[in-house]
Design a protein around this ligand. Structure first.
Ligand SMILES: [Zn+2]
Ligand SMILES: [Zn+2]
Length: 677
């Protein structure tokens, strides 16, 4: 009997008969592994003289290109069904739910299960494609009637029935003419089109799940029984092949995880994200708006939002001055020629608003602050004694974003960056980068974030021709970034080739209250602009040198930080940031005088208090203050007036009982001054 050699991940080699399957090998290793296995990864061992590697038919295009799961391109082999006979020497890994790749296979199989269930209930639907996605799967269908929520419930129920039957997912190879004939008889025009276009002859790969048969490269999990934790989420419109003008399809989305607990956590995160959505909370809390009349992507800061912005900006400007930055202000519109010198007019054109003609000269609304700061640096000759020069601006920029990608405060057409440019000597870069990172951490701490991810992005050393600056420049700058991160014991991910074209950078993504990452801080070197603008300083040696330039934004933009804060706190800002810190609620009309006194005392002490003097029931007024997420509610009646107290209710904790007004004021002072989160 022909034997083949299977190398396991631990290096152990097994000799097994030709045609042995991964499932059989898993069984030999342990029944438990066999039970948990979902799919296998194999990589042919070169020079083994194996015959037609199973790999070849896995190169057949799938009905769903998004579902491409094989990794043959990265040299690590490809995924195969557990039941696929192995016909040459290979390295083999049996993948269980612990392997992130295997979940995508499970989700792909869930897409097939969805199609199988839909066909049982609606035999006349036409099938499109059905790949796995990040959190689950989808399948596209054409049906005359729209799928209703009731239909989804029925389909999901049918999926559960079919899953419980543990129907095998079986691979079949058919000659192309037979494959076409099969789909023609079945009247599945879209599938015929896919087979015509994508099948590599002579044999076409199919998978069956009971009566359902799909043109698909796979792989799949062995049977439907393992698909347990799933939920159909929604129906959306989609065009065949994603092209407008093609037939409209209905795309059914599902979520799918290994365990019910993971699914529940995902559904909970979705609910939380909805509850925290700043686009909903913005108008509800009267913080900001986007006005159709004024144009999309342009933010109106309402009084309460404006107040939060003032607090953010005040903190930031004070910190900038403390940390040795100079505050500058540059024009919003400058000659187009300046943007030609900087290169933006050529390389950043598609993100810029069109030029404006003034006295036969073209002017450009600024998409970035860098050239403005460069002109200030260049306004006189600089000596090495002045360096580093740190120019900071809350600089409002305008960028042309397509209307389809605009998103609340996070993706806009006009925004204010907390931008700064540092011009320094090579020997100063390490301490400058360290100071930037220290500042970035102060931002996170102040605004209440404790988790973050840091990425260090470098150039692609195989294509130095794509970058300005010499290899030595890049090595020096990247080395400085890396050294600083190590020195500060900041863990980071190295992103090769992900740097800006003009220099390496550090990005900081913070993690919010529900675990979502948000890009915030960026610190970037620039080997491009100092040369373009001919920047210089006079060195200690009396000769002219080119300074190094660093761009850095810590908040990203005030708009962006505000959007993230709204979502992080679900609108309930910490007391130092809250637009209204205390709502004064007289028990009834009778106690209005005392209520006014309390409100005035708060204002006197520099707090933001509001008196709710509406003629409404106390419960209704408490509910409103609660909905407005006001941190404190101070209820005052006869007892309080007599004793000089306030009955304190905290938005997050409920009733705290009566306290002397002076005590409450002192406590509030402490919280605000220390920016308690
Ligand atoms: Zn498929
Ligand atoms: Zn810049």
């Amino acid at each position: 009997m022909d034997m083949i050699h299977i190398t396991m991940p631990d290096g152990a080699v097994r000799e097994v008969p030709l045609g042995t399957t991964a499932a059989e090998i898993a069984q030999q290793i342990s029944p438990r592994l066999a039970k948990e296995a979902l799919v296998a990864r194999i990589a042919p061992v070169h020079g083994s003289g194996g015959r037609s590697a199973k790999a070849s038919d896995h190169d057949a295009p799938d009905a769903a290109p998004e579902a491409r799961l094989d990794a043959s391109s990265n040299g690590e082999g490809f995924l195969v069904d557990l039941r696929a006979p192995i016909d040459q020497d290979v390295k083999l890994s049996v993948l269980t739910p612990k392997d992130p790749e295997a979940i995508q296979v499970l989700r792909h199989s869930a897409a097939h299960l969805l199609a199988a269930a839909v066909l049982e209930l609606f035999p006349n639907v036409k099938l499109g494609i059905g790949p796995p996605i990040d959190t689950g799967f989808f399948y596209d269908f054409v049906r005359d009637e729209a799928f209703t929520p009731e239909d989804l419930a029925r389909i999901e129920k049918k999926m559960r029935e079919l899953a419980a039957q543990d129907i095998p997912n079986e691979r079949k190879m058919l000659p192309k003419p037979e494959a076409l004939e099969l789909y023609r008889r079945w009247n599945q025009g879209f599938k015929c089109e896919l087979v015509e276009e994508r099948a590599i002859e002579p044999m076409v790969s199919f998978y069956t799940t009971g009566k359902f048969i799909d043109f698909c490269r796979g792989p799949h999990i062995p049977s439907t029984g393992r698909i347990r934790a799933f939920k159909l989420m929604s129906v959306a419109g989609a065009y065949w092949k994603g092209q407008e003008g093609n037939p409209q399809m209905q795309r059914i989305y599902g979520a799918c995880f290994y365990t019910q607990q993971e699914l529940d956590e995902y559904l909970h995160r979705l609910e939380e994200a909805k509850r925290r959505d700043h686009r909903r909370l913005g108008p509800e809390l009267d913080l900001f708006s986007v006005q159709e009349e004024a144009g999309p992507g342009l933010i109106f800061w309402h009084p309460k939002g404006g107040l939060v912005r003032k607090l953010i900006e005040d903190w930031l400007r004070d910190e900038l001055l403390k940390r040795g930055y100079d505050l500058v202000v540059t024009p919003h519109i400058m000659r187009l020629d300046l943007w030609k010198t900087s290169g933006h007019a050529q390389f950043y054109r598609e993100n810029m608003f069109g030029p404006v003609e003034v006295e036969k000269d073209d002017y450009q609304l600024k998409p970035m602050n860098c050239p403005g700061h460069i002109l200030i640096y260049k306004s006189r000759l600089r000596s090495y004694r002045e360096l580093p020069v740190r120019l900071a601006e809350l600089g409002t920029v305008y960028r042309y974003e397509r209307s389809g990608v605009l998103h609340g405060l996070l993706r806009v057409r006009g925004f204010t960056q907390d931008d700064a440019h540092i011009f320094c000597m090579p020997e100063q870069i390490e301490s400058e980068v360290e100071a930037c990172m220290d500042f970035a951490f102060a931002v996170m701490k102040t605004f209440g974030f404790s988790q973050y991810v840091v990425e260090l992005s470098d150039w692609d050393p195989e294509h130095p021709e794509n970058y300005p600056g010499s290899a030595a420049d890049w090595a020096h700058a990247t080395g400085a970034l890396e050294k600083t991160l190590n020195k500060m014991s900041i863990p980071f991910k190295r992103m090769k080739g992900e740097g800006a074209f003009y220099g390496p950078k550090i990005d900081v993504k913070l993690i919010d209250a529900i675990g979502r990452p948000w890009q915030l801080t960026t610190v970037q070197f620039d080997f491009n602009l100092p040369g373009r603008f001919g920047l210089e300083y006079v060195g200690e040696d009396g000769a002219r040198h080119q300074p190094l330039m660093v761009h850095r934004a810590l908040l990203g933009s005030v708009e962006r930080l505000f959007g993230i804060l709204i979502e992080h706190y679900a609108g309930a800002f910490p007391v130092w940031l809250a637009p209204v810190q205390a709502e004064v609620l007289p028990l009834s009309e009778k106690f209005m005088d005392y209520a006014k006194k309390v409100t005035a005392a708060l204002a006197e002490a520099g707090f933001r208090a509001h008196l709710d003097d509406r003629n409404e029931k106390l419960q209704a007024r408490i509910r409103d203050a609660q909905l407005q997420k006001t941190p404190y509610m101070l209820v005052v009646g006869g007892k309080e007036a007599e004793a000089g107290t306030v009955s304190v209710r905290q938005q997050s904790k409920g009733d705290l009982g009566p306290r002397p007004l002076s005590d409450f004021l002192a406590d509030l002072r402490k919280q605000v001054d220390s920016r308690t989160i």
